[in-house]
Design a protein around this ligand. Sequence first.
Ligand code: GLU
Length: 284
Amino acid sequence: MISAIALTSVIVLSACTDSGAPTAEETVAPEAEVSFEAGTTMAALNEAGAITIGTKFDQPLFGQVDASGDPQGFDVEIGKLIAAKLGIPESGINWTETVSANREPFIQSGEVDIVVATYTINDKRKEVISFAGPYYNAGQDILVLAGNPEKITGPEDLAGKPVCTVAGSTSEGNIAKYTDQITALGGYAECLPLLSSGAVVAVTTDNVILAGLAANSAGEFEVVGNPFTEEPYGIGLTKDDTDFRTFINDVLESSFDDGDWAAAWEKTAGAELPLPDPPAVDRY
Ligand code: GLU
């Protein structure tokens, strides 16, 4: 904790001496002097001074809108980092809500430039979009009522039981191997009333999403804490935009090395979760 606080101060102090100094809320100042090869996505975004980023609006710790309508969370900070390295200030970011089921279509249609939204890299999705990253490795877990009255310790205990998850997520496909009683809604927070009422015995998705929901529940829910899949989080972008993918991978790797990634974690997910080691970027 102490080192992360120190790190953040160093970043803010050093950034303030640049001409493109961050505003009070900016972790990283936008790059003042950047130039990109003509014709690349980076050049187009830099020229526009704007980027549209898809993220979740209802997932505490990773992407959730605050009272003023601004999204907050680790995914949001990763999006800001990428924008800054494109020379785009935070005021140039258009945040668009993406839910699990519309992420690929939003990228394919150009509705968003990138998606940073607890988005698992997998081969099926890679058929229609490309991924930079990963920038975090999650794992699917299970949320239950506090005290775990059904004594659920893993997905096998959910056989034949009613469970809630989200349509279009990897969580939905993974849990279908264990139970056919699945309610698939639009967002994970929508599952919580069903868990409260006993209509389902569990909510299942990535451990870090469940940790955020449990933390906000005033002790009503708990995470089982036995992840049973690997969910490497990537940044979705237009399929085969290799220059842009390479650029984002470079941004991620330098943020792992210079402390920006750790600072982004500490000011968001770090409120509930320990600082992980950065993953290895997959330049497939
Ligand atoms: N990471 C998983 C996925 O990409 C589950 C979380 C989510 O739905 O965003 O589908």
